[in-house]
Design a protein around this ligand. Sequence first.
Ligand code: A3P
Length: 320
Amino acid sequence: KFLKDDGLTQECRDLTTSLPSEGGWIANHLFRYQGFWHHIRQLQGVLTCQSHFHAQDSDILLVTTPKSGTTWLKAITFALVNRFLYVDDPQQHPLLANNPHELVPFLELKLYVENQVPDLTTLTSPRLFSTHLPSVSLPTSVKDSACKLVYLCRNPKDTFVSFWHFTNKLRPAEMGKSSLEEAFDKFCRGVSLYGPFWDHVLGYWKASLEFPERVMFLKYEEMKKQPKVHVRRLAEFLGCPFSPEEEKKGLVDSILKLCSFNNLSNLEVNKNGKMSTGEEYKAFFRKGEVGDSINHLTNEMIKRLDEITEEKLHDSGLKL
Ligand code: A3P
């Protein structure tokens, strides 16, 4: 069943023969599985994770579409949940020496990649994981348990531009850069990693309305505007609100400073480190601003994305 050469099972290979497929943004093809697009290695991770991941009630799962601020959310949540451990010795904080993606691993992109089934029994509670999986593809144990999900979304224009820059950094040099127009067309048609973007966001938006005690819905733009408000909300949602003493000590500010774009992007580990899969950590830090898409998209592109967003979200109550 398990073919050692590329980490793909026969089941995954067979499945791809029946799935719709399109050229991807980097080198590989994308396949549409359960309504969302994945490259084959990622698809293997999805299948393995769906079969083997057992959520515990105390787990915390951070969920995003790519380029919505995952790295920031990971850093903030890690710092929040573990704040009792490093309060006396902030110089020893793991975020100073480790990229947030190492501290909060992706299920399908790291832990269950290449059909590996990790031993998670040694992790202390609450276990912190992340995923880009759409809600329809979550392992059943996530749906059946009482674990908490934090979803962070970002406006589609900035998400698209961030994704275009990111994938261009990851493309092999001989391929050159992908054109903005070509990538834009794919994004609008929903053909992007874990796309369609709008369906991904809507799945979790609806879940957050239906199960507010289990699914928290955050927006990158609102976090940038009022970070303290949302970090406090997040702490409450996760069952670890800031005490009056912690507030007095300025802990909310300390966490935000530690996790700020400027601080994280200037750390040695994030300037020069790499993921085990080869991606440089610095690719996850570009500008970290709201509205940069205006510097890249034409008026026509902006109009088209706004129209799609309006059409997809109009009766949902969600504004992006
Ligand atoms: P830009 O490309 O617009 O700069 P992800 O973490 O989901 O891959 O998203 C990456 C985006 O988040 C990038 O956006 C990146 O610069 C931004 N980002 C990374 N770290 C951040 C931080 N600490 N605060 C705010 N934004 C951050």
